[in-house]
Each structure stands twice: as structure tokens, then as C-alpha cells.
Design a binder for this molecule. Structure first.
Ligand SMILES: *Cc1c(COP(=O)(O)O)cnc(C)c1O
Length: 415
């Protein structure tokens, strides 16, 4: 079959050898998948999920029992007091925006301790001017950078003692930066350090791409609030859109009132028929995350073998599903992304080209042959056209098509 896809014998052999070398790592991924699958099933069973929860509401969406059950299931999985899981959130960016506007008031300060936040948050915060930013409401922003791939623990403690900070934002995944993603161990250590000097500051974690990569989620180690997207890990490739916020009850209430209207809050929100997709996506999520991780490990191993710099290394501990590959040359980055597109189930004959995307300084190339627009839990690969020409690859609903995408992309590099 691989011959029919135009993959050379040499690359198939390299893949077979690489798969042998990563057997032990795959076993570890399977073990975490099993644990998280049981975690999800326990939450489904404890909350008596039934066909009745697949029902739909329209209009205001009062008393939507499916929506309420979904939020209970999410709370249990995250060990959180409460949660907000809604398709009225367009995506992760929107949920992060709602959370920030819900918790911060004029005169308050938010502090990022993972350096510059994800690109789409720059205009939300006001790092880049926007008439509707937090800055336009007199919310201050402060930032402490990551040093040597770890938190600047001392500087963080010192800053918190200097003057009041209302909210700390921690972005676990690296975004388009070249730092490493934050592990759950690092997160636990920094939360302890924060709590030594400040019992009150709201600790908010951007958990995008990290869910179900390990057995532990951020609330369990002391985070107050966690935010993520449903077109990433937890949607399992099934949820058509949406995002979640989980955490402290008082904060979830504030987020609900900001998402809808003060006084209505969490009580409204029609589900318009998507409850089953959200539940089924969550049911698949541990397995889909494990397929994504295996695809990333295989890519890392094969590309390392043929001489490219990858991060994480194939045998390194992973915090998220993102794999970066440094190509050094723009043509290689472009070819690799085009190969990923060619291996995809949808729009495999489209050829992605670098373009001027709104909100980015450099041209960006994006490969995404996905069932859901913008879904990056499906095999996808993108990168800004700037030195050192790094590809950010993630996703893979199944390992088998993830593997085909990687083989096709490596074949393109050989051309
Ligand atoms: C994807 C992502 C976001 C934004 O999520 P969308 O669903 O694309 O809006 C925010 N932060 C990080 C770290 C991300 O990876």
C-alpha cells in the first residue's frame, strides 16, 4: 500500500526500524491512555450518562440536562469544583478572553510567567493595540520570561511581594516559540512557590494541547482555573467547536456571567444538538491524544535519524502533543508541510503555500487536511517562514494516518 502512496522502500524501512526503537515509548503512551480512558469512563458512569443527555435545547437553553451532565463530567475529570463547557465559546482563544475579562477589573494587574503569551492573545491583552483590549479597560499587564526552559522562580516571588497581582497566567504549551513546553512537575513547583508568598492571586493555566498527555491535570496540583479548546485534545476530533473553563466555583460563576449576561450566567446556553458530539469526543480523547503522541514520537525519531533537530527528542518526556522540527531552510519547511497535507484524508490534493495571515509578522504556512476547520487535534503542521524555519506539527486522530502523513512529508524532503 505504501508504494501506492509514492513512499520509497528506503523510507518504509527507516520507519519499520524506527518503530522498533520506540516500542517502549509507545508502551508508556498506551499505559497513560488506559488510565485516562478509565478516568473518563468513571466520570461517565458516576454521572449516569444516558441517551437522554444527547437531547437538544434551543432558544435560552434553560435546564439543558445534557449540558449540565457534561459540565459535571468535566468537573470530575479535572477534579474541579465546577466547569463551563460550551459551544458558545468559538475556541480556546475566546474562552481565555472570557476568563480574563471575567476575573480582571480596571486597575488590576495580570502577570504572565511564561513569557509572551500565545499570538492570538496579544490584542486581547493589549500587547498589540486594540480598542477592545484589557489595556483599554485599564487592566495592567506584566511579564516574566522563561529562563533555561524553566520558570524564573525567584523573580516571580519577588514580583508578587512588590505589588499586588490579581491573576497569573501560565501557558503550558510553547505556542510558536522555541522554548520547551511546561511539564506538570514544573507547574507543581511554581504553584508551590507562588503560594509561599501569595495565597490570593488567581492562578490560571492555558492547558491547550496538554490534556491527557499525563495522568495529572493542573487543578489537582493547585491551579485555580484551567482553560482549553475543544478543537484540540478534549474534543477528540468529534466536537465541532467550543472550549472549556474548569476550576473554582466562584470563578466559574464569574466566567458564566461574562460569557452570557450578568444574572443569567451558566443557566442559559442552548446546545443545539451538540451534546452527543461533546461526550463522544471526550470518550475518544484519551485514545486520540495517544495516537497524536505516537505520531509525534515516530516523526521525531525518523527525522532525528536523517539529521534534523527535533524538540522534544523522541525519547524525551512530553508535556503536550506538539512536535517541532528545525529545517534550517524555507524550502524544506514548505515541502514538509505540503507532504503532511498530501497524506491527509481531506483536501489531500490542495498544496499549501506560505501566506500573510492576519496577526502574524512573517508569512505562515499551514497544512491541515482536517474534517473540522482549524482542528489541530487532527494531523496538522505549520510554521512561520523565518529562521531557523521550524515546523510545529501536532495531532493525529489515528496513529496509522498520522504515520502516513509523516512518511509522505519525509518523502517530500527527499525530492
Ligand atoms: C491553540 C492555542 C490557543 C488558542 O486556541 P484556539 O482554539 O486556536 O483559539 C491558546 N493557547 C495555546 C497555547 C494554544 O496552543
Amino acid at each position: 500500500m505504501y508504494e501506492q502512496f509514492g513512499i520509497s522502500e528506503k523510507i518504509v524501512n527507516l520507519c519499520t526500524k524506527s518503530e522498533k526503537d520506540v516500542e517502549k515509548i509507545f508502551k508508556g503512551i498506551d499505559e497513560i491512555c488506559e488510565y485516562n480512558t478509565l478516568k473518563v469512563l468513571k466520570a461517565f458512569q458516576d454521572n449516569h450518562i444516558s441517551e437522554i443527555h444527547f437531547g437538544s435545547t434551543t432558544g435560552y437553553g434553560y435546564s439543558d440536562i445534557g449540558r449540565e451532565a457534561i459540565e459535571k463530567v468535566y468537573s470530575q475529570i479535572f477534579k474541579a469544583e465546577d466547569s463551563l463547557v460550551r459551544s458558545q465559546f468559538i475556541s480556546g482563544t475566546h474562552a481565555l478572553t472570557v476568563a480574563l475579562f471575567a476575573f480582571l477589573r480596571p486597575g488590576d494587574t495580570m502577570l504572565s510567567i511564561t513569557g509572551l503569551p500565545y499570538d492570538t492573545l496579544h490584542e486581547v491583552i493589549g500587547i498589540k493595540e486594540n480598542a477592545s483590549s484589557l489595556k483599554s479597560y485599564n487592566v495592567n499587564y506584566d511579564q516574566i520570561d522563561i529562563v533555561n526552559n524553566d520558570f524564573d522562580y525567584e523573580k516571580i516571588q519577588k514580583r508578587l511581594q512588590e505589588s499586588k497581582v490579581k491573576l497569573i497566567e501560565i501557558q503550558r504549551s510553547k505556542g510558536y516559540s522555541t522554548r520547551k513546553s511546561i511539564t506538570i512537575e514544573q507547574l507543581e513547583k511554581v504553584i508551590k512557590a507562588i503560594r509561599e508568598v501569595d495565597k490570593e492571586v488567581i492562578i490560571m493555566v492555558d492547558n491547550c494541547y496538554c490534556e491527557f498527555v499525563t495522568k495529572v491535570e493542573p487543578i489537582e496540583i493547585g491551579a485555580d482555573i484551567v482553560v482549553g479548546s475543544l478543537i484540540k485534545n478534549l474534543g477528540g476530533g468529534i466536537a465541532p467547536n467550543g472550549a472549556y473553563i474548569v476550576g473554582r466555583k466562584d470563578l466559574i460563576e464569574l466566567a458564566g456571567e461574562r460569557l452570557t449576561a450578568p444574572g443569567e450566567g451558566k443557566e442559559v446556553g442552548p446546545t443545539l444538538g451538540i451534546n452527543k458530539s461533546i461526550l463522544q469526543g471526550l470518550f475518544f480523547a484519551p485514545s486520540v491524544v495517544s495516537s497524536s503522541l505516537k505520531t509525534a514520537v515516530l516523526a521525531s525519531k525518523m527525522l532525528e535519524t536523517i539529521g534534523y533537530k527535533t524538540e522534544p527528542k523522541y525519547d524525551e518526556k512530553r508535556a503536550d502533543i506538539v512536535q517541532t522540527i528545525e529545517f534550517g531552510l524555507p524550502e524544506k519547511l514548505i515541502k514538509y508541510c505540503q507532504g503532511i497535507q498530501m497524506g491527509s484524508p481531506i483536501e489531500s490534493s490542495s498544496v499549501p503555500e506560505p501566506w500573510d495571515m492576519p496577526g502574524y509578522t512573517d508569512k505562515v504556512i499551514m497544512a491541515a487536511g482536517a474534517f473540522t476547520q482549524g482542528s489541530s487535534i487532527e494531523l496538522s503542521c505549520d510554521g512561520p517562514i523565518r529562521p531557523p524555519y521550524v515546523a510545529f506539527m501536532q495531532g493525529g486522530l489515528t496513529y496509522q494516518y498520522g504515520k502516513l502523513g509523516v512518511l509522505k512529508a519525509i518523502q517530500m524532503l527527499e525530492r
